[in-house]
Design a binder for this molecule. Structure first.
Ligand code: CMC
Length: 366
């Protein structure tokens, strides 16, 4: 039978041209539309960087005010979505709840082609879904969004039920900016594939959420904290990690398909986490685990160029701002929806259905 070029895992294959971001894995560089992501994280806010990705430029004062206003108007969840969230049993994980909550928004207001208004409306609602569920699980009455607060502050406010600490808002904002966009990763690709069929925005984003959930993509940070908790003491780091590698298992928070050098997001988040953590023994242990992990990976996987990835320090930042493990990957989704939707808008501008091939290796009928 006819054989097509085979690229298992699509490694090294480009499936689109994009103006959104450059992920240079050899040199450890990350650029969003002509700006270093690191500088954006230090000098700008969630809304400003979202504006850059969606509209193509950083906003002036008026544009920023307009975007903030639109996000504010769209934070509340329709009643039926709240009722659906309340029906989901407590043991169902938060990513499944987020996927269901987004799905429950339906397609009528989000039909193809995707628009900026649709994208803003959905981005505004994702934190509310997570916070609504989190409050219910913790036996609290869900907090209504506060129109006086910006996106990141609002998220922390709704999660905790009180005005957030400004240092926590700043740190979480930096994390959310650094994870808004990252080229053709698995979840973004999933979203673009669905959108390329001219399906609605909600269907595309639920597909992306499903892809992000897996531990080889966005599901790793909670496994990083589990690993550090299981290790427990500095002395135990080497024997524990060695035992894992002896069994052929992976160390979470290390390695990346694209970065064959330090992940620039990890470098930036290390600084943010260490500023917040002070002399927190957990952070001290995490830094030690990182060093031992890098040394052992060099020994067990020489030449594979395995480094610390974004998830390692994402865990540290989220822990330092008081988010528990169940919120790590959902918070990643709350930021990445910006990149997903920017890609979906870009796909729609010049759409061609994404439809690759497979090579049949089974028998022919007799
Ligand atoms: N621990 C131990 N060995 C590893 C690890 C790791 N974390 N990552 C890769 N390797 C080894 C792997 O076993 C393979 O060895 P060999 O050559 O002997 O077969 C080699 O390195 C190449 O690995 P690969 O699976 O071909 O690499 P990939 O590009 O398919 O996978 C990855 C990339 C991120 C899925 C992988 O590095 C991994 O599983 N890391 C742990 C999970 C993790 O931290 N995920 C978060 C990723 S960053 C967030 C994001 O951008 O989504």
């Amino acid at each position: 039978s006819q054989q097509h070029t085979l690229a298992i895992g699509l490694e090294g294959i480009a499936v689109a041209e994009t103006d959104l971001s450059l992920v240079d894995g050899l040199n450890g560089l990350l650029v969003y539309r002509g700006h270093w992501a690191r500088d954006l994280a230090i000098n700008h806010t969630f809304e400003e960087v979202a504006h850059l990705l969606w509209y193509g430029h950083l906003p002036n004062e008026q544009e920023l005010a307009e975007l903030k206003g639109k996000l504010n108007e769209n934070r509340e969840l329709p009643d039926h979505v709240k009722r659906i969230l309340d029906l989901i049993p407590a043991e169902v994980d938060m990513m499944s709840v987020l996927r269901t909550g987004v799905s429950a928004l339906g397609s009528a207001d989000y039909s193809w082609p995707p628009t900026l208004d649709q994208v803003i409306s959905l981005t505004a609602k994702m934190p509310t879904i997570v916070a609504y569920r989190y409050a219910r699980l913790n036996g609290r009455e869900p907090q209504e969004p506060n129109p006086a607060l910006d996106h990141t502050a609002n998220y922390l406010y709704m999660l905790k039920g009180q005005e957030p600490n400004p240092a926590h808002v700043r740190a979480l904002d930096a994390y959310l900016i650094l994870t808004q966009e990252h080229g053709m990763n698995a979840s973004t690709f999933s979203g673009r594939v669905v959108s390329s069929t001219q399906s609605d925005l909600i269907s595309s984003i639920t597909a992306a959420i499903g892809a992000l959930k897996g531990p080889l993509h966005g599901g790793a940070p909670s496994e990083v904290t589990e690993m550090i908790e299981a290790i427990g003491t500095k002395e135990n780091a080497e024997p524990w990690m060695r035992a894992k590698l002896e069994k052929g298992e992976r160390l979470m928070g290390f390695g990346h398909r694209v970065y064959k050098t330090v992940d620039p997001r990890a470098t930036a988040l290390r600084v943010v986490a260490s500023q917040l953590s002070g002399d927190d023994p957990w952070f001290d242990l995490a830094t030690h685990v990182e060093q031992v992990g890098l040394k052992l990976l060099e020994e067990y996987k020489p030449g594979r160029k395995l480094n610390t990835n974004v998830e390692f320090f994402a865990a540290a930042v989220m822990r330092a701002v008081g988010l528990d493990d169940t919120l790590f990957t959902p918070t990643f989704a709350v930021s990445r929806v910006v990149g997903w939707s920017a890609h979906i808008l870009e796909q729609a501008k010049n759409n061609r259905i994404i439809r690759p091939q497979s090579n049949y290796t089974g028998p022919m009928p007799k």
